[in-house]
Design a protein around this ligand. Structure first.
Ligand code: UDP
Length: 453
C-alpha cells in the first residue's frame, strides 16, 4: 500500500455519558501520544471538561442538542435516537467549517457507535471514519444478533421463563435473559437503536476497548462479520489513563479505606446511570451488616427514584450502615479499586467498571441493572470465573452469603487468584509487543495508507 502525507487531526465524537466519555478521552490521549492533534466535538449536552489533562485538545460544540431534562424525560434510548436526528446537520456544518479553517488535515473521524449521525458528514466530505465501541466485543456481537431478531417473538421468548433461562443459540454461555435488552425503553426502540449502532456504513475500521485475552472468540466473530479491520486496543484505562470524571470525587473515602484491614472491604458502585429501589437498598444494608465486613458504598444523587439522595431511606438504613459502612456520592473509583483494603467490588458490571476491576485483580459481586451489563456479568461469572452473580429478588440472606463467598471463603480466594492472573495478562497486552499495543500500532499505521477509507 502506498504511503500518504500523514494527516494529523483526529476528530472524536463522544456520547454525552460518563461510561462513553471516559474511554473515548483515553483513546484521544493514546492517539495524541502518537503525534495526532485531537479535536473533540461535543453536543451542547456534554459536560466533558477541557481540564488541564486535555489542555492540548481542541474542543468544539455543535448546537441544536438536547438538554439534561430531555434525558430524564425521554430515557436513554429515545434520547440517543433524537440526538442522532438533531445533530446530523449541525455536525456536517461543523466539519465543513473545520475543513475550511484548518485545511484538510483530518486523518479520520472516530465516532462512538451510538453517535452514528457522524456518518452523514464523513460521507459528504469523503473523510475516513472509524467506529469506536466502548462496550465489550461480546456485547457488540449480541447487539448484532439482536438487530436481526423479530422484536415480537423475541419479546415472547424473554417472557417465557422456560426459554429465558436457556442458552441463546450460538452465544454460549449467554442465556436469553443475559442479552442486552434494556430497562430503559420498549424492545422495538432498543432494537432500532442497536441496528443503527452495529451498521458500520462506510467506516473503514472498528476500534474496541477490549483485548484478545478476554474476548478472543467474540473478536474473531466481529472480524468475520464486519469485514473491516477490528482493532482491540484496550483496556484503555491502562494503556492511556486520562481522568475524565463528570462528577466531583469524594476522596475522604481513601482515608476511611486506610483504616480498614487488608482485603476486607466490599466496594459498592452502580456506575453513572443505574437506579436502585429502596427495598433493595435495605436488603443490601441488612446483608452487608450481617456479613460483618466493612463496606464503601457509592450512592449517586438521583439513583433512588423519587429521592434527591438518601433522605427517603428509613432510619433503619442509617443505623445498619453506620457501624461498618461509609457512604459517598461519587468515589475516585480507580484509586478505590487499587487500594489494598478492597477485597471485592459489588458492581452493576458496566464495561468500564468491569475492565477497571479486572485491571486491579479485584473479584466481583455482579448485580447487572440493564443492557450490556448482563452480558458482562455472565462472562465474569462463567467465562473469567472471577464473579458471583446475584439473580432474582435481593434478600439479606443472599447478599450476606455472596459477601462471604467473595471475601471469606476459599472460593473467593480462588477467584482473586484468577483475577490477578487476568490483571497481569491485561497489563502485558498493552505493553510493547502485547496484542493491544500491536493492534494500536497497526491502527496508526493503517491511517498512513492511501487506501484507508
Ligand atoms: N465511576 C467513578 N466513581 C464512582 C462510580 C463510577 O469514577 O463513584 C466511574 C468508573 O470508574 C467508570 C465509570 O464511572 O469509569 C462508569 O462506567 P461504567 O461503564 O462502569 O458504567 P455506566 O456508568 O456507563 O453505567
Amino acid at each position: 500500500m502506498e504511503e500518504l502525507r500523514v494527516k494529523r487531526r483526529i476528530v472524536l465524537v463522544p456520547v454525552p455519558a460518563q461510561g462513553h466519555v471516559t474511554p473515548i478521552m483515553q483513546l484521544g490521549k493514546a492517539l495524541y501520544s502518537k503525534g495526532f492533534s485531537i479535536t473533540v466535538v461535543l453536543t451542547q449536552y456534554n459536560r466533558v471538561s477541557s481540564s488541564k489533562d486535555f489542555s492540548d485538545f481542541h474542543f468544539l460544540t455543535i448546537p441544536g442538542s438536547l438538554t439534561e431534562s430531555d434525558l430524564k424525560n425521554l430515557g436513554p434510548f429515545k434520547f440517543l435516537f433524537k440526538l442522532n436526528q438533531i445533530c446530523e446537520a449541525s455536525f456536517k456544518q461543523c466539519i465543513g467549517q473545520l475543513l475550511q479553517e484548518q485545511g484538510n488535515d483530518i486523518a479520520c473521524v472516530v465516532y462512538d457507535e451510538y453517535m452514528y449521525f457522524s456518518q452523514a458528514a464523513v460521507k459528504e466530505f469523503q473523510l475516513p471514519s472509524v467506529l469506536f465501541s466502548t462496550t465489550s466485543a461480546t456485547a457488540f456481537v449480541c447487539r448484532s444478533v439482536l438487530a436481526r431478531v423479530d422484536a415480537q417473538s423475541f419479546l415472547l421468548d424473554m417472557k417465557d421463563p422456560k426459554v429465558s433461562d436457556k442458552v441463546f443459540p450460538g452465544l454460549h454461555p449467554l442465556r436469553y435473559k443475559d442479552l442486552p435488552t434494556s430497562a430503559f425503553g420498549p424492545i422495538e426502540s432498543i432494537l432500532k437503536v442497536y441496528s443503527e449502532t452495529v451498521n458500520i456504513r462506510t467506516a473503514s475500521a472498528v476500534i474496541i476497548n477490549s483485548t484478545s485475552c478476554l474476548e478472543n472468540s467474540s473478536l474473531a466473530w466481529l472480524r468475520r462479520e464486519l469485514q473491516v479491520p477490528v482493532y482491540p486496543i484496550g483496556p484503555l484505562h491502562i494503556a492511556a489513563s486520562a481522568p475524565s470524571s463528570l462528577l466531583e470525587e469524594d476522596r475522604s473515602c481513601i482515608e476511611w479505606l486506610n483504616k480498614q484491614k487488608l482485603g476486607s472491604v466490599i466496594y459498592i458502585s452502580l456506575g453513572s446511570l443505574a437506579l436502585m429501589e429502596t427495598k433493595d437498598m435495605l436488603e443490601m444494608a441488612w446483608g452487608l451488616s450481617n456479613s460483618n465486613q466493612p463496606f464503601l458504598w457509592v450512592i449517586r444523587p438521583g439513583s433512588i427514584p423519587g429521592s434527591e439522595w438518601t433522605e427517603s431511606l428509613p432510619e433503619e438504613f442509617s443505623r445498619l450502615v453506620s457501624e461498618r459502612g461509609y457512604i459517598v456520592k461519587w468515589a475516585p473509583q480507580m484509586d478505590v479499586l487499587r487500594h489494598p483494603a478492597v477485597g471485592g467490588f459489588w458492581s452493576h458490571c458496566g464495561w468500564n467498571s468491569t475492565l477497571e476491576s479486572i485491571g486491579e485483580g479485584v473479584p466481583m459481586i455482579c448485580r447487572p441493572f440493564t443492557g450490556d451489563q448482563k452480558v458482562n456479568a455472565r462472562y465474569l461469572e462463567r467465562v473469567w470465573r472471577i464473579g458471583v452473580q446475584l439473580e432474582g429478588a435481593l434478600d439479606k440472606g443472599t447478599v450476606g452469603r455472596a459477601v462471604e463467598r467473595l471475601i471469606v471463603d476459599e472460593e473467593g480466594a480462588e477467584m482473586r487468584k484468577r483475577a490477578i492472573n487476568l490483571k497481569e495478562k491485561l497489563e502485558a497486552s498493552v505493553r510493547s509487543g502485547g496484542s493491544s499495543c500491536s493492534s494500536s500500532d497497526n491502527f496508526v499505521n493503517s491511517l498512513k495508507m492511501k487506501n484507508f477509507m
